[in-house]
Design a protein around this ligand. Structure first.
Ligand code: ADP
Ligand code: GN1
Ligand code: MG
Length: 351
């Protein structure tokens, strides 16, 4: 760890590098130094992100764009460069590492402790959308191809179920039936995009509550993090992913499905915060399709967790054998609950 850290322009000497946070993709460590100055060290998952230099080019450009709009260093991720001036370093095994300034005095939540926490995260992501409205989208690399192409995610599920490499298919018949029953409608947003009816914008694409840092005292937004998937995309997906994760009454991997529901008060709160921050910027059809974004991204995540379960758990970090299946089940439970409350979800979007 010290060898890789010595490649970066750090203040002070590192004294510890402990595992940190609850992300599913990268390996994250909090680095303390004797300066005292703290950093976030991450090993970027190169099996998932196939072109890490291109990904880092995106992050470097996006963070500079954001910093030019808001000079407060706690309001934007700040990359620490290597001694050669690069935004990442590669080790002898070919792994890519990057270092960010640690945003101190903040918290990342897996569940909103108050309705206002969730409101503030909506403001943060809506504001993020506005700040990137004038970013030249065509200069961004697509860091994961067809990331939110829901029909493509279904194709991957079919392939995983057919291959059944670890013999788990027989145990997930119910989940497969749930997914396949909804496959026909899963391409609606992609269809509207291809028909030119929804605009492609610069979006975050992974808008979980724990990808926003809130000030631990004022509980207002400090910074949007996890910029690995900032790419051209649909606003409905950014809205939807926040709802799927943060407006659920339970954690993403809750085992007791009886406590998994969509909280309509949290949903309505997010609508208020998000549209308050970026509503004027959206087209009428973008606003109208926000509930569909919530439902489809939840379905998509369930499909992805189920696919990874059938593949033998190679994509997401798992901490127990059934972890991905538990996650899939919460997502499908949420989809079912959204279907029950479909009229209310649509009525909450101001015309
Ligand atoms: P993953 O893609 O694995 O989710 P993230 O970039 O979201 O990785 O980082 C994982 C966690 O590390 C975050 O949820 C947050 O708690 C923490 N974190 C990441 N970057 C910073 C930062 N610059 N300052 C403070 N905490 C951070
Ligand atoms: C992953 O990186 P993290 O943990 O914030 C995943 C998202 C999923 C999410 C489910 C690059 O997000 O797409 O929605 O897990 N990120 C990637 O919790 O696949
Ligand atoms: Mg994250």
């Amino acid at each position: 760890m010290h060898e890789i850290l010595s490649r970066f322009r750090l203040e002070g000497t590192p004294v510890s590098a402990e595992p940190y946070g609850s992300g599913h993709i990268n390996i994250t460590r909090l680095v303390c130094t004797d300066a005292p100055h703290r950093y976030i060290l991450q090993r970027v998952n190169r099996h998932i992100f196939r072109d890490v230099p291109a990904l880092m080019e995106n992050i470097h450009a996006v963070t500079r764009h954001l910093a030019a709009k808001d000079p407060d260093p706690r309001h934007v991720l700040t990359l620490v460069l290597t001694h050669e001036g690069a935004p990442y370093a590669m080790d002898a095994e070919g792994e890519y590492w990057r270092v960010y300034e640690y945003v101190g005095g903040g918290i990342c939540l897996n569940r909103a402790e108050t309705t206002d926490d969730f409101y503030q995260s909506a403001v943060a992501f809506g504001h993020f959308q506005m700040q990137l409205a004038d970013f030249p989208a065509r200069t961004l690399h697509e860091t994961i191809a067809r990331f939110h192409d829901t029909p493509a995610r279904f194709e991957a599920l079919h392939a995983a179920a057919d291959a059944d490499v670890v013999g788990r298919r027989a145990g997930v018949a119910e989940e497969l039936a749930f997914a396949y029953a909804r496959e026909a409608g899963a391409g609606e947003l992609m269809r509207l995009l291809r028909a030119g009816r929804l605009p492609l914008r610069v979006t975050h694409n992974d808008t979980k509550l724990n990808n926003v840092i809130l000030d631990e005292v004022t509980r207002t937004p400090l910074c949007v993090i996890d910029l690995d998937t900032v790419m051209p995309g649909l606003v409905a997906n950014d809205f939807g992913d926040s709802i799927r994760f943060g407006a659920s009454t339970a954690l993403e991997d809750e085992k007791d499905l009886s406590c998994v529901r969509l909280s309509l008060p949290l949903y309505e709160t997010y609508v208020r915060g998000f549209l308050g921050a970026c509503g004027d910027h959206l087209t009428p059809l973008e606003r109208e399709t926000l509930p569909l974004g919530a439902k489809l991204i939840t379905l998509e995540n369930g499909v992805r967790f189920l696919t990874d379960y059938l593949d033998g758990d190679h994509y997401y970090a798992v901490h127990r054998p059934e972890h991905n299946l538990d996650r899939c089940r919460t997502q499908f439970q949420l989809v079912a609950d959204m279907e029950t409350h479909w009229a209310e979800m649509n009525a909450a979007i101001p015309k």
